[in-house]
Design a protein around this ligand. Structure first.
Ligand code: AMP
Length: 431
């Protein structure tokens, strides 16, 4: 079997540059955990099937990697993280002080059709706040989402925002059952309005529902005040929906106060996951047609698992953020020193210098190959090493090294203690 056929479709080998970019995104996410007081957790990759049958949305349920394990249990590779995180909170954190703020960076698996930005294994970060219905928590999730984009140097983005509570209030008011609501909202999410209306049409008040949803669908505006005003007119006879609309208005106002901008209010917006109950949003980057982050309020999911607490959160897609990031933003290796022992007698000196530098946290390579000096220097330059410490017969005798600055080409003869002093300012910070 040839090597190239050993990677499954939709799966990827992540090479150093791509991995460095993904790591950069993950560290930005973890920096935000600290700044906003989220505690990071990890959940199992393999979960029982029931967990995702609860409320994950038809689309995702059909695309799960599911199998029977050797013990005869029906299991899945997690297709998303929220259900697992909710389970963790419900099972393990009942006595934690509220609100509970949980962060994660996890991989997920979906048997999606592979295409640009869509893989069968991908990584999500996540921020979830449990135990409060306050719109300030919703606004904080939007604030974090926008700080993440800025932190990664992505400027051209917008936040598409809507409210599943508004749509659900309209449907509930017209006596549409929750399971039918889930189906209708799933179709609206995929812009399959005709099919959604075919389900509503035959229902007793289906005509009214269709007319309101069609009018809401047309309200898409970069001016939140205008969108809310227009939606208010459409919803004037449905007081429950007006309350939900007021909630959306307040969330946007709070988010704006903390510096979030670039909203696109879309009153016909729904998300494919069944568990959303309130504000929902997706972050888009201009030119990329796929969402790089998504989330919203899901007040009933924890209740299904046995603890009735409200929640709001988001899941930035790490691989997609990487597509949106500039190549210049990719961190380089920042190797500081490469030690080249050109003669066997120099090896002890090389080992001792390498040990001292690394103990100080200075990124250091040792050339093990005893190759031609020009080849060693060419390798150092390809790996962007700043200094090369050369040890030949003369250096062994004098107990020194020749330290070459790769940028300027200049070279100086130094004792190893002097090399350590000179390079220790390049030491890596401990996390
Ligand atoms: P979702 O759970 O569908 O809301 O997805 C959360 C985030 O994960 C999305 O905003 C995407 O950025 C990312 N995502 C979802 N599906 C995939 C996929 N198949 N490949 C890569 N990223 C994905």
């Amino acid at each position: 079997m040839r090597g190239d056929s050993l990677t499954l479709r939709g799966m990827r080998n992540l090479l150093p540059d791509e991995k460095a970019k993904l790591n950069r995104i993950e560290s930005e996410i973890r920096r935000l955990f600290k700044i906003y007081g989220f505690q990071e957790v990890e959940t199992p990759t393999i979960e029982p099937l029931e967990l995702f049958e609860l409320k994950s949305g038809e689309e995702i349920r059909h695309r799960m990697y599911r199998f029977t394990d050797l013990g005869g249990r029906e299991v899945v590779l997690r297709p998303e993280a929220t259900a697992s995180i909710v389970k963790l909170v419900v099972q393990e954190m009942r006595s934690a002080p509220l609100p509970i703020k949980i962060g994660y960076v996890l991989n997920a698996f979906r048997y999606d059709e592979p295409q640009y930005g869509r893989y069968r294994e991908f990584k999500q970060g996540g921020f979830e706040i449990f135990g409060t219905k306050s719109p300030m928590a919703d606004a904080e999730i939007l604030e974090i989402s926008s700080r993440l984009m800025e932190g990664l140097g992505i400027k051209d983005y917008y936040i598409k925002i809507g409210h599943e509570g508004v749509l659900r209030a309209v449907l509930t008011n017209l006596n549409v059952e929750e399971s039918v609501q889930d189906r209708v909202l799933g179709l609206i999410d995929k812009e399959r309005l005709t099919e959604a209306f075919e389900i509503l049409g035959p229902l007793p008040k289906g005509g009214e529902a269709i007319s309101i949803i069609r009018s809401l669908w047309e309200i898409k505006s970069r001016d939140p005040d205008e969108a809310v005003r227009k939606a208010g007119e459409v919803l004037k006879d449905v007081p429950e929906a007006c309350d939900q609309l007021e909630n959306l208005r307040e969330i946007i106002e709070l988010a704006k106060a903390s510096g979030v901008s670039g909203f696109l209010v879309d009153m016909g917006f729904a998300r494919g996951l069944d568990y959303y109950t309130g504000m929902i949003f997706e972050v888009y980057v201009k030119d990329l047609k796929i969402a790089v982050n998504g989330g919203g309020r899901y007040d009933k999911l924890a209740g299904l698992l046995g603890w009735d607490i409200p929640a709001v959160g988001c899941a930035p897609g790490i691989d997609r953020l990487s597509l949106a990031m500039d190549e210049e933003a990719v961190p380089r290796d920042n190797l500081v020193c490469m030690i080249v022992s050109m003669v066997k007698e120099g090896d002890i000196l090389a080992a001792s210098l390498a040990g001292m530098l690394r103990m100080k946290g200075v990124p250091t390579l040792v050339d093990y190959t005893r190759r031609d000096i020009s080849k060693a220097l060419s390798y150092a330059s390809k790996r962007s090493v700043k200094y090369v410490a050369l040890i030949g017969g003369r250096e062994v005798e004098a107990n020194t090294v020749a330290l070459k600055n790769m940028e300027t080409g200049s070279q100086e003869e130094l004792k190893i203690q002097q090399v350590v002093e000179k390079l220790s300012s390049h030491s890596l910070q401990r996390l």
